[in-house]
Design a protein around this ligand. Structure first.
Ligand code: AMP
Length: 393
């Protein structure tokens, strides 16, 4: 079995994957770490239990996980640990077995992901302490996009910024895209290396990627996960002139504007109600103007980015929707595909309605560009990489 860990600044997500049975046996989340009311919850055998943590920190969360694994007789069956790491810079083109060099490289990438990588390092250090004898693997969100050509990853800024400071587009959600590619190959009965796809990962964070001959050739996120689509609380594409405008007009610092673009923008900023797509759909149905405005902008921006990624992907075998919104929101899929009608896209509306709550499948109208809904499973992809690198079955 493989333990998959996704350690954030105030959370620790985990799953234990049974590789032989190809399913999770346990999953859970320690949340609100750093606050007094930190809790940990476990979903196991169809039941969910949760309790408060004695100390609201990552170490206590990891200890509570170990205690639970021991109590359930699972501890001895864990053969390797896989860690999600957001930023691997240009150093990592694939998942890697963790050693001192890999730790140092992840540390180097802290400057590219100051919110994420420090938390991943905390998670890895605790896991090395609690599982000193097990192989541990880092799976990077950026690694899949390292195949992007120069014209896709460069910004049109002085080259020195790229050469000296690593300023370029990296892209994220790589484990989700790799899983979607794998699933698409299975469903379309075509080798992954021969597939051209445009894939939209739509969750709280959202991006679109172009895959040509099984490799990432462009994606909507850039140096950081802020670029591209409208997201739950992130603005997506913005004119960088906004920074000096707000500094002049409102005396806002670079840090304040950056925080606003990351935490108070996107669906939340536009709707003035919520960052949650499901909530906004309900509010829209009840006539909430802000919810309607936010969802319209979300779908319009998504359609424009999908159209842009078609340039990179070429003639596609399928357009894929995945992630919490991509898998569940028939409304978002329908509205964004309506914008794409001039490019040959049309949905089978009944099939589209059926794809929700884990139900995937084809949703395009007969004779049109294939559109496929795939249930995202980044943890499984991380577990597969971990099992492979650790040579366990
Ligand atoms: P994720 O980050 O992948 O967990 O996705 C979270 C997003 O998926 C949130 O905006 C949710 O509101 C959205 N979502 C989940 N279920 C539904 C649903 N049935 N309809 C619309 N959006 C949904």
């Amino acid at each position: 079995m493989v333990l998959v860990i996704n350690c954030g600044s105030s959370s620790l997500k985990f799953a234990v994957m049974d590789m032989a049975a190809q399913r999770p046996v346990l999953s859970g989340l320690a949340d609100r770490l750093g606050l007094d009311e930190a809790v940990i919850s476990f979903t196991h055998n169809g039941e969910r239990v949760s309790h408060a943590l004695p100390h609201p920190d990552h170490r206590a969360a990891m200890q509570a996980l170990i205690d639970y694994l021991q109590a359930q007789g699972l501890m001895a069956r864990i053969a390797a640990v896989g860690h999600r790491v957001v930023h691997g810079g240009e150093a990592f083109k694939a998942s890697s077995l963790i050693d001192a060099n890999v730790m140092a490289e992840i540390e180097t990438c802290v400057r590219l992901a100051p919110l994420h990588n420090p938390a991943h390092l905390i998670g890895i250090r605790h896991a090395l302490e609690f599982f000193p004898d097990l192989p541990q693997v880092a799976a990077f969100d950026t690694a899949f996009h390292q195949t992007m050509p120069e014209h896709a990853y460069l910004y049109a800024v002085p080259m020195e910024l790229y050469r000296e400071h690593g300023v370029r587009r990296y892209g994220f959600h790589g484990s989700s895209y790799r899983f979607a590619l794998r699933e698409a190959a299975r469903i379309l009965a075509k080798p992954a290396a021969e597939l051209n796809l445009v894939c939209a990962h739509l969750g709280n964070g959202a991006s679109v990627a172009a895959i040509r001959a099984g490799q990432s050739v462009d994606t909507s996120m850039g140096l950081t996960p802020l670029e591209g689509l409208v997201m739950g609380t992130r603005s997506g594409d913005i004119d960088p002139g906004l920074f000096s405008h707000l500094a002049d007009d409102m005396d806002m610092s670079v840090q304040q504007t950056t925080a606003m673009l990351n935490q108070q923008s996107g669906l939340l900023g536009l709707s003035e109600l919520s960052s949650d797509c499901r909530e906004l759909e309900q509010a829209q149905a009840e006539g909430h103007a802000g919810a309607r405005r936010a969802l319209e902008k979300f779908c319009y921006q998504l359609a424009k980015h999908i159209a842009g990624q078609l340039v990179a992907a070429g003639k596609i075998d399928a357009l894929i929707f995945t992630g919490g919104i991509g898998e569940n929101s028939a409304w978002v899929r329908q509205r964004s595909i309506e914008w794409l009608a001039p490019l040959g896209f049309a949905l089978d509306l009944a099939a589209n309605q059926l794809c929700t709550r884990g139900q995937g499948g084809f949703i395009h109208a007969e004779g049109r560009v294939p559109v496929l809904v795939i249930h995202a499973n980044e943890e499984w992809m991380i577990a597969l990489d971990t099992a492979q690198l650790a040579h366990i079955s």
